[in-house]
Ligand binder design. Structure first.
Ligand SMILES: Cc1cc2nc3c(=O)[nH]c(=O)nc-3n(C[C@H](O)[C@H](O)[C@H](O)COP(=O)(O)OP(=O)(O)OC[C@H]3O[C@@H](n4cnc5c(N)ncnc54)[C@H](O)[C@@H]3O)c2cc1C
Length: 539
């Protein structure tokens, strides 16, 4: 039996756990940090992430001419979230985040050596419910990898680093108890299976969400999305399997809103998978035609940038619960993107010239990677050849799957609308694109008037897109001190939780929908608050 002892035990070396550990070291407390994963992956999902962070009232917003305020951000957040009447703690966390993110996330990260892009992105503007009324998605220069690397460096070089012990390959399974109270946690070593125990005055669960377990995702599938699709890709952490949610539940902690998830509609299979069903989440090209498995255009048309949850809902309402996007190489070069650090090397590696080249002339490397390696992408010089390949991929004979005539008609109608020129189209997709292009951050990444069946823009490309599981919007209920609450709303002595494990605060601070960038941001805030409140408690 391996035994560890310190003031606090942090379970999970993702962003939330790291931020909590930093606060604990700042306060001079000793910390044992336990993680199932290997040291290479210290930083958790943040290290793989794109690094977009929701900030209110930043210098970048002001420079772009946007006045923002916590009040305005909270109003947008609540409108998008559609909280339930009894969502007390989720609302309180939403209010705390919108009010505190400028100083306690943005300025704090800047002080840790993190820089942001000069132009914030304007995502999740809202469709049937209002969303972001101003751009708030601030991208870390260097992506989430830089975020993780800098914070791990800060942890390792901390003046109190001697008080920190980090153990990788440690799978925590449950809590230990002494005289009826939680006294630590226990589990087994990944490689040898040997048991361990870690004791502390406070135990923090920062082990991520449940969306890395497709069984759990299916089990908690939201009623709005019918039944779970036959194929769901995994875009979360391979260890985000809810083991600690179960342990917290067993210890009397309240787990809420597990059916609330932030999944995406445009997942494709990774060709070098690092986990079963490993998926990549595409930023779906706006100029592409989005159709179902029969080649029928979604109506009203699907366009990204307004309401991610609605895209998932619409795709899940179809018979096969996956979709296709039809585009050409020119559109792909300008608009195709993959979320995360892995497929954004110029930003990740801070190569300014390469970044500008991709922006101005298109990301040839990415398009070539996807068209060459991804099994869900087919390419052809003509529409009949493209449809034949789509049907071969679907396993349908002839036009039993994608109907060539139906798709050809939808494309020519759309192209005819494009040909009318900007501002004259009656097509809703083109009207929405025109609206998005008013913001320079979107203008530069969205085609102006690009037909799909355009001989000068060939070859044609079709991308089959599955639902991809990503973030847990529900989880362990916590109060504003990150203390875990029981069914009666009372804190469980010594037990704390932070990050995605808590549905990003309070068991569901996003309600039904997230304004984006709020995940990383809430991990920083909930982690820091957890560390501060543990340090401030009577250890
Ligand atoms: C590709 C991608 C792009 C993203 N882009 C963005 C973005 O631009 N903006 C944004 O806001 N969010 C983004 N996210 C989401 C964001 O990265 C995560 O929500 C966030 O990093 C979660 O942090 P966490 O610390 O709560 O959990 P995790 O990062 O999941 O860390 C949990 C840690 O706990 C460990 N663990 C799990 N179970 C156990 C156990 N039983 N015992 C011991 N250890 C355990 C894991 O190994 C892991 O290291 C993205 C995610 C991905 C995958």
């Amino acid at each position: 039996m391996h035994t560890y002892k310190s003031d606090a035990v942090v379970i999970g070396g993702g962003l939330a756990g790291i931020c909590a550990a930093l606060e604990l070291l700042d306060a001079g407390r000793s910390v044992t940090l336990l993680d199932r994963d290997s040291e290479d992956n210290f930083g958790g999902l943040a290290k793989e992430s794109f690094g977009g962070i929701f900030v209110v009232g930043s210098r970048e917003q002001k420079r772009a001419g946007f006045e923002d305020s916590p009040r305005r951000a909270y109003a947008d957040w609540c409108a998008f979230a559609e909280f339930d009447a009894d969502d007390h703690w989720p609302r309180r966390w939403a209010e705390a985040y919108t009010g505190r993110c400028h100083d306690e996330v943005y300025l704090w990260l800047k002080a840790s050596g993190i820089d942001f892009f000069p132009v914030p992105h304007w995502v999740e503007r809202g469709l049937h419910t209002p969303g972001n009324s101003v751009p708030r998605f601030h991208i870390v220069w260097g992506t989430g990898r830089e975020l993780a690397v800098q914070l791990v460096k800060r942890l390792r070089n901390h003046p109190n680093a001697a008080k920190l012990t980090v153990h990788f390959g440690h799978r925590v399974e449950d809590f230990t108890r002494l005289m009826g109270e939680i006294s630590g946690c226990c589990g087994s070593l990944e490689e040898s299976g040997e048991p361990f125990e870690a004791f502390g005055e406070a135990i923090l669960v920062a082990a991520g969400g449940i969306n890395g377990s497709l069984e759990r995702v299916r089990q908690h599938w939201h009623a709005d999305w019918r039944t779970p699709p036959q194929t769901i890709l995994n875009g979360s952490h391979r260890f985000a399997d809810g083991t600690l949610h179960d342990a917290v539940g067993k210890a009397g902690g309240r787990i809420t809103h597990l059916d609330r998830m932030w999944d995406y509609a445009a997942g494709v299979r990774h060709w070098q998978p690092r986990k079963p069903n490993h998926g990549l989440s595409l930023v779906p090209p706006r100029t592409a035609l989005w159709v179902d498995w029969r080649g029928r255009r979604f109506m009203p048309p699907l366009v990204t940038g307004f309401d991610t949850r609605d895209l998932v809902t619409q795709v899940c309402a179809t018979e096969r619960q996956y979709s296709w996007q039809i585009l050409n190489r020119k559109i792909a070069l300008k608009e195709l993107a993959v979320s995360g650090a892995e497929f954004n090397p110029s930003v990740r590696d801070k190569k300014k010239l390469a970044f500008l080249r991709d922006l101005l002339f298109g990301n040839r490397w990415l398009v070539d990677q996807l068209t060459t390696h991804c099994e869900d992408v087919v390419v052809a010089g003509t529409l009949p050849a493209l449809v034949a390949k789509m049907n071969a991929l679907q396993g349908d004979q002839g036009d039993a799957g994608v109907d060539l005539e139906v798709l050809a008609e939808a494309l020519s109608k759309y192209d005819a609308q494009v040909a009318r020129g900007p501002g004259r189209a009656e097509d809703e997709q083109l009207q929405r694109i025109a609206h998005l292009r008013q913001w320079k951050g979107d203008r530069i990444r969205t085609c102006k008037s690009q037909r799909i069946l355009d001989d000068r823009a060939l070859p044609l490309i079709a991308i089959r897109e599955f639902i991809i599981s990503r973030k847990s919007l529900g989880g362990i209920q916590t109060d504003l001190s990150s203390r875990v609450l029981d069914a009666a709303g009372n804190p469980i002595p010594r037990l704390y939780a932070a990050g995605e494990a808590t549905g990003f605060g309070g068991g569901g601070s996003h309600g039904l929908r997230a304004l984006e960038g709020t995940f990383l941001g809430c991990c920083v805030l909930t982690g820091r608050i957890a560390g501060q409140s543990i340090a401030g408690s009577s250890l």
